[in-house]
Design a protein around this ligand. Sequence first.
Ligand code: GRF
Length: 194
Amino acid sequence: MTDVQGEVAELPKVVILISGAGSNLRALLAASLPMRCECVISNNPAAGGLAIADTFGVPTCVLNHRNFSSRDEFDQALIDVISEIDPKLIILAGFMRRLGAEFVRTFSGKVLNIHPSLLPKYPGLNTYERALAAGDEWVGTSVHWVTEEVDGGPLLAQRAVPVLPGETAACLREKVQKIEHVLYSSVIRSLLAE
Ligand code: GRF
């Protein structure tokens, strides 16, 4: 992998932040995007996405938020690691920590997130359950810039799928994640071309 990474050294650098399974991470790394993923950073040492990064030969870094005495200290450690890399984009792919003002200011206009709802509906957690409880006919996903407001930054793209009779939150998650895997890569490809 070192050789492959070496050959593409001129490509724009990105970092990808995860906390969990990493299906979006896998889709991004498999999409052959014109980028060099310098590091996958996880706040969760047990994140499944760390093994996915390994299989793609991408370096990983665990910054366990539980080892920091405050949110600010954790954010500062993230800022330090990412500043050293100086990436064009910071891609949140299932990263479950709220990022504070200092982080957002430092990397303004570079931080992207994908959220499993048709924002501005349902920022935060349990989006499918909330959509089902509300009787929504459509669910979907949104890619947006990250600002201080949780899941509230400017939208870049959205895709929707219909809710069919009898579908559970788990069914909706599976359907929406399939479209996330295509949408996120396509938005990032466009941003990298700018
Ligand atoms: C995705 O559905 C994404 O929208 C949300 O967290 C989920 C992460 O899933 N932010 P995965 O770790 O990429 O499988």
